[in-house]
Design a protein around this ligand. Structure first.
Ligand code: 5CA
Ligand code: ZN
Length: 468
């Protein structure tokens, strides 16, 4: 086990995010702390999606004949599908698949719903669990067999142009979402041989985990008319013609939570962005023999004040244990801001702040009228600083190279390597073999220079990385 994966497993357990002891491989239990982080993360996503999409909820089970309809799609998933074959003791006439994703559950219904050009565009999403019998090594939140937080959007359009525009809009939405969480990313178009089964093309978000491997944290697919033809999704134009629709879909998973934990965390444990932290602030009283009650009273009032004035999530830790033990615990759980209050501080109108992101302690003036504002401002700063630190760390680990040798050398240090590539499939596979790393994707379609492998005119700025 690598150092990072050991850290990751320990923190999931210690911070009570996930219990991995559930007796089915690749399926885990969300614990209260983890569930809160997940809930707050989903709230951010839902708030963004709800502006343009409607949330729906489809059944988990898909009849075999629907799943099998789209040949390329089903080929891509055939080795990963779980099947329900019995109802009680009775063998079912038709096997039912646990959705690995929901195209084949939704699109037969879309075919009933889309009638007229005025029905378009249609934009739906759902947050569900999906099941994939992954054969690669499973890891909590990163590669699971029950994806518990699959957020899939599906859109339907009249024209190819509108569909292209929706892909761009989906990319914008995911950028906004990841920016909110301070997760840095690269956006690249997957090579032909790595696109979503049934898509025209796939654009992916990848982030860099601390062990130097990239993690695909979201994908946007232009489905063209492929599924419309398979599932007979047509609309009537203003002129009375019947035409196939165009579609997109895009999705995220539990991996978003994995990247929040992995990217912002450190040796002391979790470090959570204020917007998703179960508690944004913890107040720790510093009590000596004298003046204990006054401190407790002050802290209680402070907590109430911050909750009522700023709607912050604040915990007042009154437990009768050493302050140092509390610090250790709340740092490990990633609480963004700690306020320490002792009798002298109250006398002098001061409090001590500790930022989880920078680990800086500061003594600030306490003013009853402005303390809520001051604290909100600190949380904003923490948010911005976490995002900037994470982006710097990604950028420091992207290296451009001009030869295969250089690519291999840089790749051995981890991170992301970029280079010029001609775009030819055989040449791409050759590069993958020589460097022994997969092509992640391409970012630009027209660039000057020559391919690092074959020397022909280069076409794409290309990214490679070791991946999860
Ligand atoms: N229908 C499309 C869009 S929702 C779809 O299924 N795309 S996907 O296959 O690329 O999956 C969407 C995202 O789910 C991926 O980008 C990846 O971040 C995540 N994901 C895929 N498989 C797993 C898995 N086994 N465990 C955790 N996350 C996964
Ligand atoms: Zn080439």
């Amino acid at each position: 086990m690598s150092e990072f994966s050991e850290w990751f497993h320990n923190i999931l357990e210690e911070a009570e995010i996930i219990d991995t002891r559930y007796p089915v491989k690749g399926m885990h239990v969300w614990l209260p702390q983890g569930f809160k982080i997940r809930k707050h993360t989903l709230k951010i996503l839902r708030d963004i999606l709800d502006k343009e999409h409607d949330e729906v909820l489809f059944p988990l089970l898909i009849p075999e004949d629907e799943l099998a309809k789209e040949a390329i799609h089903v080929k891509g998933f055939e080795e990963e599908v779980y099947w329900v074959t019995h109802g009680g003791l009775t063998e079912l006439n038709e096997k039912l698949a646990l959705r690995p994703t929901s195209e084949t559950a939704m699109y037969p219904m879309f075919s009933l719903w889309v009638r007229n050009h005025s029905d378009l565009p249609m934009k739906y999403y759902q947050v569900v669990n999906t099941f994939r019998y992954e054969t690669k090594h499973t890891r909590p939140l990163i590669r699971v067999r029950e994806i518990t937080t699959f957020t899939e959007a599906h859109t339907v359009h009249a024209t190819a142009e509108e569909t292209e525009a929706q892909v761009k809009e989906a990319l914008r939405i995911y950028r906004e979402f990841f920016d909110n969480l301070g997760i840095p990313y690269t956006v690249s178009k997957r090579p032909e041989w790595d696109k979503f089964p049934g898509a025209e093309y796939t654009v992916a978000f990848d982030t860099l985990m601390p062990d130097g491997k990239t993690l695909q944290i979201g994908t946007v697919h232009n489905l063209g008319k492929t599924f419309a033809k398979t599932f007979d999704i047509k609309y009537e134009t203003a002129e009375g013609e019947h035409k196939y629709v165009y579609q997109t879909c895009y999705g995220l998973s539990d991996r978003v939570i994995a990247s929040i934990i992995g990217i912002h965390g450190d040796d002391a444990g979790l470090c959570l962005p204020p917007d998703i932290a179960p508690y944004q602030i913890v107040i720790v009283p510093i009590i000596f023999k004298k003046g204990g009650e006054a401190v407790i009273d002050f802290c209680r009032k402070l907590r109430e004040k911050l909750v009522s004035e700023s709607n912050l999530k604040v915990y007042f830790d009154e437990r009768d244990i050493r302050a140092g033990k509390k610090y250790y615990e709340w740092e490990m759980r990633g609480v963004p801001l700690r306020l320490e209050v002792g009798p002298r501080d109250i006398e002098n109108s001061k409090i001590v702040t500790f930022r989880r992101d920078s680990k800086e302690k500061e003594i600030i003036d306490y003013d009853n009228a402005t303390i809520s504002c001051t604290v909100e401002k600190l949380l904003d700063d923490i948010n911005i600083n976490m995002r900037e630190t994470a982006w710097k760390s990604l950028e420091n680990n992207v290296h451009h190279v001009n030869s295969i040798e250089e690519a291999s050398k840089k790749m051995s240090e981890g991170g992301i390597v970029t280079f010029n590539w001609c775009g030819d499939k055989d040449c791409g596979n050759d590069i993958e073999e020589k460097v022994n790393v997969d092509i992640l994707g391409v970012q630009a379609d027209e660039i000057n220079g020559t391919c690092i492998n074959c020397g022909k005119q280069s076409k794409h700025l290309t990214l490679i990385a070791k991946t999860y």
